[in-house]
Design a binder for this molecule. Structure first.
Ligand code: DOR
Ligand code: ZN
Length: 344
């Protein structure tokens, strides 16, 4: 007997599409299954102004396959020079749905991010006033802080003080990787957290045991098993606080398999199959739709998608191991277990 699961069409609340040949190659992978995605602005140069976002949105629309109905939800990259009036106008026109805060130096193309939060106070206060979510890459960059502690230290020393100083600010804790992140996200209704597909699957052993595995390296880096289990419990709980943000982050293989390899796992292609497998393993298939399709729109105050997708369970499904961009290959995330759910 075939098992079928029908879900409202999912959205991806954290996605890297890049630009040029990479955009053209990876966009169909997301547009095939997802209705919408929050598009990360960390291009080179980053998407800083509303004019940058208009231009980037046009490049995305031009790269969409014929007939695709996918909608990019644009964001702006917060800098110490960002103008509150520009952000407000972009939000009020519906051009952008969030602003992204990268602590300077935290990850790929974050050097133009924020060093001194006081410099962005007018923007944050305006965002609190209009209810525009701030998506935060939550890691400190202090060299003395161990990379595996950077998320927990950020919550205590940056995020909590920031939220206390900015009442009403709505925050999405992006790609949480720790039990501390799960607990903090649960602590207030103006907080939410995205969880990636890969952090539900891998812990730090997957990166480091038996040889270094560059395609499992991302930021925030995967933590101990107890943290992966906390993320599984949160994602499969159905709680409104938690929703899918794949952080699918393609880099050419030559730059991943390198002496100084880039951070990012490319999961756009097989995310829905992996998630169905994960939720089934945890006896939570009935809560998959909340995670992929309902909780995100509720936090972003958008309607859920009108249409549905069907997942069917059968023989093992295979996906290409790599995507060809024409300028280099991108490796698709390997969950390390067989997948049985396919999107019909
Ligand atoms: O692994 C990651 N890759 N984490 C990030 O925060 C950025 C992303 C990228 O843009 O490659
Ligand atoms: Zn990201």
């Amino acid at each position: 007997m075939t098992q079928t699961l029908t879900l409202r069409r999912p959205d991806d609340w954290h996605l890297h599409l890049r630009d040029g040949a990479m955009l053209k190659a990876v966009l169909p992978e997301t547009a095939r299954h997802f209705g919408r995605a929050i598009i990360m602005p960390n291009l080179v140069p980053p998407v800083v102004t509303s004019a940058d976002a208009v231009a980037y949105r046009e490049r995305i629309m031009a790269a969409l396959p014929e007939g695709a109905t996918f909608q990019p939800l644009m964001t702006l990259y917060l800098t110490e020079h960002t103008q509150a009036a520009d952000v407000r106008a972009a939000a009020e026109s519906g051009l952008i749905r969030a602003v992204k805060l990268y602590p300077a130096g935290a990850t790929t193309n974050s050097h133009g991010g924020v060093r001194d939060l006081e410099k962005v106070r007018p923007v944050l206060e305006m965002m609190a006033e209009i209810g525009l979510p701030l998506c935060i890459h939550g890691e400190v960059t202090t060299p003395e802080v161990d990379i595996f502690d950077r998320e927990a230290v950020f919550i205590d020393t940056v995020l909590d003080p920031l939220r206390r100083a900015t009442p009403g600010l709505r925050v999405v804790m992006e790609h949480i990787t720790t039990a501390q992140g799960v607990a903090y996200a649960r602590s207030a209704s103006d907080l939410a957290a995205t969880i990636t597909t890969h952090h539900l699957v891998i812990n730090r052993n997957h990166i480091l045991v038996g040889g270094i595995k560059p395609h499992y390296y991302c930021l925030p880096v995967a933590k101990r098993e107890e943290h992966r289990l906390a993320l599984r419990e949160a994602a499969t709980s159905g709680e409104a606080t938690f929703f899918l943000g794949t952080d699918s982050a393609p880099h050419m293989d030559a730059l991943k398999e390198h002496a100084c390899g880039c951070a990012g796992c490319f999961t756009a292609t097989n995310t829905m199959s992996i998630l169905a497998e994960v939720f089934e393993q945890d006896g939570a298939l009935d809560r998959l739709e909340a995670f992929t399709s309902l909780n995100g729109p509720a936090f972003y105050r958008l309607p859920v998608n009108e249409d549905t997708i069907a997942l069917t369970k059968g023989e093992a499904v295979s996906y290409p191991s790599k995507i060809d961009t024409g300028e280099g290959m991108v490796t698709v995330f390997d969950p390390g277990f067989p997948l049985h759910w396919r999107v019909a």
